[in-house]
Design a protein around this ligand. Structure first.
Ligand SMILES: NC(=O)c1ccc[n+]([C@@H]2O[C@H](COP(=O)([O-])OP(=O)(O)OC[C@H]3O[C@@H](n4cnc5c(N)ncnc54)[C@H](OP(=O)(O)O)[C@@H]3O)[C@@H](O)[C@H]2O)c1
Length: 267
């Protein structure tokens, strides 16, 4: 009998967390979404009575506080596992290398804002809103879904120079996770940055430039994993992430780990 809250649960990896956790009907699963009427999450909630769709936007402090308050009324004020999964990034400038970032303060803010507001500010507001519930839960686990793109060893080995704002924001997320782990250890709360692997969450047919970009990325990722054939599916990613979350203890708190539970196999 465990309770979970997942932000950004409308699609992709967030939706898959809800789907897999819902199958165990003794779980209480809180799917935090910006639009509670979104088709897939509504269908899941109508199929599984243990799924509760809660409106909440991590980039809006008032909204995420209200989501935590709604969550508390559903769970009796406690929560076992909080998963901050929401993410946004400016895809139009993702291909830029750092030296191509323009000398234009407004343009630079626009490039960094989506990533910073979801990973950094959103990570803080969402976590702070749910800490009171986690303190009363029995597992006491907080997980931020991060990426190897924000890990310096991975960047140095693969030579991935683009996706600057996304990677910088996720690196900041990893630091925030370490800070939370240091602060919350005396309360028995474990905090983890978790990379889900390279996952196909694209909806519909991929445009040619996306396919091309992924082929380029594959070659770079094969430097660290020569056996890699391509992206994994959300099912495999989330199944492995849940195993890592299940094993999260004081020793691993504060780390960035892959969906394999280590710091070597990122894909
Ligand atoms: N896919 C990969 O290969 C991969 C690799 C490494 C790391 N990750 C990480 O895994 C997580 C999930 O990835 P994904 O591929 O499933 O992403 P996705 O399909 O783009 O879904 C992201 C979720 O974030 C929420 N979101 C989007 N824009 C937002 C905004 N402006 N403000 C607040 N919330 C917003 C959306 O949920 P709502 O609209 O319901 O709020 C959406 O469901 C992300 O943190 C991502 O960085 C993914």
């Amino acid at each position: 009998m465990s309770s979970y809250a997942i932000t950004g649960a409308s699609k992709g990896i967030g939706l898959e967390f809800v789907r897999q956790l819902a199958v165990d009907t003794s779980n209480t699963v809180l799917a935090i979404v910006r639009n509670p009427k979104a088709a897939e999450i509504s269908q899941l909630a109508s199929k599984y009575p243990n799924v509760h769709v809660v409106k909440g936007d991590v980039t809006d402090p008032k909204s995420i506080l209200e989501a935590a308050s709604t969550a508390a009324t559903i769970t009796g004020g406690k929560l076992d596992v909080f998963i901050h999964n929401s993410n946004a990034s400016d895809s139009t400038t993702a291909a830029l290398n750092p030296s191509q970032i323009p000398f234009d303060s407004e343009a630079v803010r626009a490039i960094f804002e989506p990533s910073f507001s979801t990973a950094i500010y959103g990570g803080l507001w969402a976590t702070n809103a749910f800490i009171p519930l986690i303190e009363k839960g029995s597992q006491k686990k907080i997980v931020h879904i991060s990426t190897a793109m924000g890990d310096t060893d991975f960047i140095n080995k693969t030579g991935v120079s683009y996706a600057v704002a996304y990677s910088v924001a996720k690196a900041g997320m990893n630091i925030q996770v370490a800070k939370y782990a240091a602060e919350l250890a005396p309360k028995g709360i474990k905090v983890l940055a978790l990379s889900p692997g390279w996952v196909n969450t694209w909806e519909g047919e991929k445009p040619a430039e996306v396919v091309q970009g992924e082929e380029y990325m594959l070659k770079q990722f094969q430097v660290v994993d020569p056996e890699l054939k391509g992206q994994i599916l959300p099912e495999e990613s989330v199944r492995k992430c849940l195993e890592v979350i299940g094993r999260l203890d004081e020793k691993r708190s504060g780390l960035l780990l892959s969906h394999h539970g280590d710091r070597e196999r990122w894909t």
